[in-house]
Design a protein around this ligand. Structure first.
Ligand SMILES: NC(=O)c1ccc[n+]([C@@H]2O[C@H](COP(=O)([O-])OP(=O)(O)OC[C@H]3O[C@@H](n4cnc5c(N)ncnc54)[C@H](OP(=O)(O)O)[C@@H]3O)[C@@H](O)[C@H]2O)c1
Length: 326
């Protein structure tokens, strides 16, 4: 029998890339999510029956246990940006992570990989960062041999970062950003997935790894690089933090009043996160320690941002025709 890995949140942006890689390694993969019916796209990652979406809610002991049973390794990719509702920061990133680690240890699972985030800090102003830190502490308490990955912002074809801002350029000449001078070190989703598979396969020493790509830049610089790739001229306008805080609180109130039906572009907690640089810290274990060479932005962004160019996939043809005329 081939080995079995359970990936909690295995249908998400990061989880599906880990699922694909683990299937290529010949493992059976359980993709444990709340909506397995919406995760059927993972099945073709392997041969028939190799990759299966199954129901699990990491807020519920019994369902976490059922999918961990018999697994050789588990990966926890469940996270949220939501303060409200039942699937909130504490429930998912703190208690949910603790539950996964405790049950994995009780069920005799051999290895555990957990997705955290750069900036995880018990003393942070941001609840996202505090619950990520609490989750890490709980993981290490129950499963001291765990591999914890802390990525910076992750990019790739389905990301919520470059795709979102590239999409915003279609609505006007101004591209507003909060924290224009905050530094990021974007990391390619498949490099994060590779690091996670190393954890599952026992190729990574237990401990915490901070994952950043080869390019570090301020939010503004990253937006300017993106604008070059999508061939659009826009004014990148920095929204000052005092104004962003007011916007965040207002959008949070609207979300609460509408019971989550209306969500604003930014929350008060995200504004707090944007006040701190999001780069690999000095002396942290990173890709180097895993023997992985991270992929540059330049190598990947044009592969999926071309659709935001004014002429989409015909941009290269149009540019060439323009050069021939002159
Ligand atoms: N994306 C980034 O830039 C980034 C940066 C740093 C760190 N991270 C961390 O990396 C991890 C993965 O992020 P991602 O971008 O892949 O997230 P994502 O795309 O939002 O995926 C979340 C996954 O979790 C599942 N899920 C949510 N609540 C659940 C619950 N209660 N029980 C079981 N499954 C649940 C979702 O499926 P269902 O909705 O069907 O349940 C989905 O498969 C997170 O911990 C995140 O904080 C991400």
């Amino acid at each position: 029998m081939s080995k079995l890995v359970t990936i909690y949140g295995g249908s998400g942006f990061v989880g599906r890339n880990i699922a694909r890689r683990m299937a290529k390694e010949g493992w059976r993969v359980r993709v444990a999510v709340r909506r397995p019916n919406e995760a059927m796209f993972v099945r073709p990652y392997g041969v028939v029956g190799q990759v299966e979406p199954v129901f699990c809610n990491i807020r519920d002991d019994e369902s976490v246990r059922l999918v961990a049973r018999g697994a050789d390794a588990v990966v926890n990719c469940v996270g949220t940006f939501d303060k409200g509702g039942k699937n909130n920061f504490e429930a998912v990133q703190d208690k949910g992570a603790a539950r996964v680690a405790r049950i994995a240890a009780e069920e005799g699972v051999g290895r555990l990989v957990h997705l955290s985030a750069i900036g995880a800090d018990p003393d942070s102003d941001s609840i996202y960062a505090r619950t990520k830190a609490a989750g890490e502490a709980a993981i290490l308490e129950h499963f001291p041999q765990a591999v914890i990955l802390r990525p910076s912002v992750i990019f790739g074809p389905d990301d919520q970062f470059f795709n979102r801002f590239a999409n915003m350029t279609r609505f006007g000449p101004i591209l507003p950003v909060i924290g224009g001078s905050t530094s990021f070190q974007p990391v390619y989703v498949d490099d994060v997935a590779k690091a996670a598979t190393y954890g599952v396969l026992g190729k990574a020493e237990p401990g915490v790894y901070e994952l950043g790509g080869p390019d570090t830049g301020s939010f503004r610089e990253l937006m300017e690089q993106m604008l070059g790739i999508i061939r659009r001229r826009r004014i990148v306008m920095n929204v000052p933090f005092w104004l962003a805080r007011i916007m965040g609180v207002t959008f949070d109130a609207i979300q609460a009043v509408t019971l989550g039906l209306v969500k604003g572009p930014v929350t008060a907690d995200q504004v707090k996160s944007l006040e701190t640089d999001n780069v690999v810290s000095e002396g942290a274990r990173s890709f180097r320690d895993l023997g992985i060479t991270p992929t540059s932005l330049e190598a990947v962004l044009p592969e999926y941002l071309w659709r935001f160019r004014p002429s989409g996939q015909y941009a290269a043809m149009k540019e060439s025709a323009g050069r021939l005329k002159s």
